[in-house]
Design a protein around this ligand. Structure first.
Ligand SMILES: Cc1cc2nc3c(=O)[nH]c(=O)nc-3n(C[C@H](O)[C@H](O)[C@H](O)COP(=O)(O)OP(=O)(O)OC[C@H]3O[C@@H](n4cnc5c(N)ncnc54)[C@H](O)[C@@H]3O)c2cc1C
Length: 592
């Protein structure tokens, strides 16, 4: 960690200015302009190894970055933030869409380097917790024992790609985000966590058997079904960077699955017809609960204004090619016969057994939700993780909107109209439907605090576009009892407490007060976020009752980093050109 002379001068000047200033107002976090801001000496003795922002860096960044490679580093940073009442934000893989991994003051604690993997034949919760790992832990192999739930203990910075590479020699598999460089124990497993095979194995929160957590007073705490059960419950869905810093997790692992993939594409006869696609789109939705239950069909389904496509994944006992064809053919025949649909545009990639390499590519960090049609990495992630990026970079909010949809919504009589309204007119708008619910996701584990609507969910719909703010109000209108997945949502989602945590919010709010009464951790959207407010750049306790924002939105984040749209993904349909399909069938070509 470097500290140039310019930075030292800057810090001395800041300290001198602080000496002339007033102290932080009561109930507020300190800023570097306050007289009671810790001196440079204090920073350097109590948080050794910190990296100051300095004047040359953007003011959107916090004052100090601190990288933890061992658990005591996390404890030191949390204790420092609590003792000196400065802001603390936590960053891991840097994939956050809703701007919770950074703040414009205080310490940014990076946990990316908390590594280590130990595979376990089975796991029994104890007060001591699983044997700890760190980056020197040598990955072991095991022979899974029939009838026993195998598990793995991982450092919080382990990504799903790293984990599955380590599990493969034991012929085991863990679920995680579809993008391989998302961490497992960070935002994904603390907020819900859907995955290419979550319909088969359950949500991310369902996988967790134990967390090790540094809580607001800097203690290292074991949270599992027999120790600190309330914290264990809160961390399994209550949201990240709210109850503590997770430093390790022990999660379920599964025998490496056999998977068949199946994909198809369909578009309108007239490229400018932005109406006809929604009737077949709604019809396909209506079939998903049955296809999921009877044929184990899960995966990803994309709707464009004039086309739709699906990439299904069918695991293990469901992976039967003729059964998939028999289930899908009549549905596709009905869709292609609908008015305005070009039957000749149909492309089917027949059931294909994914070899182990292709399955790896589902989570290989290439954004790969479709192994048969691999998309390019989204540009903003290349910048986060590409050459020259030494670590995850904090970004601001990325415009999107989302809604969880259950069987009632997928068979709703007004669904086609709602879809047409929902996709709107923004450039390159898409409805990205994650058929990652259903199946095991529907089985409620009362020991999780994830939004209860997940347990009715088949489809997590995300609206995205190349510019502007997607708005799924039309979907909210037909799904008043559902909600949205907080990790991939609009930060302007109305009725935020109901929609992100539902009936679990009240208990989560009590537990937030119990485990972090002084808001050492603060994120928005997050539990009790409305008890704090940002006033003139300073995070302070709200005096009196929290103000209700228009439409009951969560308080606006003061993370001022640039957000961006996922422009790169708008090129997905064009990938069909590479599959030997005549260009006239490609969306974008006139006269199809
Ligand atoms: C390209 C892409 C693909 C995605 N695919 C999926 C998907 O398939 N399924 C899905 O469910 N989600 C997916 N997501 C969303 C992802 O789950 C969230 O962005 C998640 O919050 C990322 O967590 P992270 O820790 O890896 O990232 P970060 O941005 O580093 O952190 C996210 C949040 O978690 C907090 N946090 C991180 N680590 C810890 C910790 N150890 N203890 C406490 N708090 C912590 C941070 O403070 C922040 O609030 C995707 C996101 C992207 C950008």
């Amino acid at each position: 960690m470097c500290c140039s002379r310019v930075v030292v001068c800057w810090l001395l000047i800041s300290s001198a200015l602080a000496a002339l200033a007033a102290s932080a107002p009561e109930g507020c976090k300190k800023l570097s302009v306050d007289s009671d801001w810790p001196s440079v000496d204090v920073w350097n003795t109590e948080l050794k190894g910190n990296e100051p922002r300095g004047p040359q860096k953007s003011w959107t960044a916090p004052d100090y970055t601190f990288e933890a490679s061992r658990v005591p580093h996390v404890q030191t940073a949390v204790k420092f933030a609590a003792k000196h009442n400065v802001r603390l934000s936590v960053i891991n893989s840097g994939h956050d869409y809703v701007a919770r991994n950074d703040a414009p003051s205080g310490i940014r604690l990076s946990v990316t380097d908390l590594k280590g993997i130990r595979i376990l034949e089975s796991f029994q919760p104890t007060p001591k917790g699983a044997e700890s790992v760190d980056k020197t832990t040598k990955v072991n192999t095991i022979k899974p024992i029939a009838g026993k739930q195998a598990a793995v203990t991982i450092g919080a910075g382990i990504t799903i790609d790293e984990l599955n590479k380590a599990l493969k020699p034991s012929n085991l598999y863990a679920i995680g985000a579809a993008h391989g460089s998302v961490s497992v124990a960070g935002g994904w497993a603390q907020s819900g966590g859907h995955a290419p095979l979550s319909s088969y194995y359950g949500l991310g929160v369902d996988q967790v058997l134990e967390y090790k957590v540094v809580t607001a007073n800097g203690s290292l705490v074991i949270a599992n079904p027999t120790n600190n059960q309330d914290l264990f419950w809160a961390l399994r869905g209550g949201g990240p960077s709210t109850f503590g810093v997770v430093v390790e997790a022990t999660v379920k692992v599964h025998p490496f699955p056999k998977i068949i993939s199946y994909s198809f594409w369909l578009n309108t006869t007239d490229y400018d017809d932005t109406h006809s696609i929604f009737t077949p789109a709604a019809y396909l939705f209506s079939q998903l609960p049955r296809l999921n239950k009877e044929n184990g069909i899960q995966g990803y389904y994309y709707i464009h204004r004039n086309a739709l496509s699906a990439n299904w994944l069918i695991p293990n006992e469901f992976a039967n090619a003729s059964a998939i064809i028999a289930a899908m053919d009549p549905i596709i025949a009905k869709m292609t016969a609908m008015p305005g649909i070009n039957a000749k545009s149909l492309i089917k990639i027949p059931p294909t057994v994914l070899n182990t390499t292709a399955l790896g590519s589902l989570q290989s960090g290439d954004g790969g939700q479709s192994s048969s049609i691999p998309p390019k990495p989204p540009a903003h992630l290349v910048r986060r993780h590409g050459p020259g990026e030494m670590r995850a970079m904090a970004k601001g909010n990325i415009a999107m909107d989302s809604r969880l949809l259950g069987a009632d919504e997928l068979t709703h009589p007004d669904l086609a109209k709602a879809l047409e309204k929902a996709i709107g007119t923004l450039p390159n708008a898409q409805l990205r439907n994650h058929l990652t619910g259903g199946g095991a996701v529907l089985k409620n584990d009362p020991n999780t605090s994830v939004l209860p609507a997940w347990r009715k969910t088949y489809v997590h719909m995300i609206a995205a576009a190349a510019a502007g703010e997607p708005n799924l109000q039309a979907m909210r209108d037909i799904s008043p009892n559902m909600g949205a997945y907080v990790n991939e949502a609009s930060v302007k989602n109305p009725n935020w407490k109901h929609d992100f945590w539902g009936a679990n919010y009240a208990k989560l709010a009590e537990l937030k007060t119990k485990w972090d009464p002084d808001f050492v951790f603060y994120v928005t959207p997050g539990i009790n976020a409305d008890l704090m407010e940002v006033k003139e750049g300073r995070l302070c306790r709200v005096k009196g009752a929290p103000a209700k924002l228009a439409q009951d939105m969560a308080p606006k984040s003061d993370n001022a980093n640039e957000g961006e749209h996922e422009k790169a993904r708008t090129s997905w349909p064009l990938l069909y050109m590479g599959k030997g399909v005549p260009p006239k069938m490609v969306a974008g070509a006139k006269g199809m």
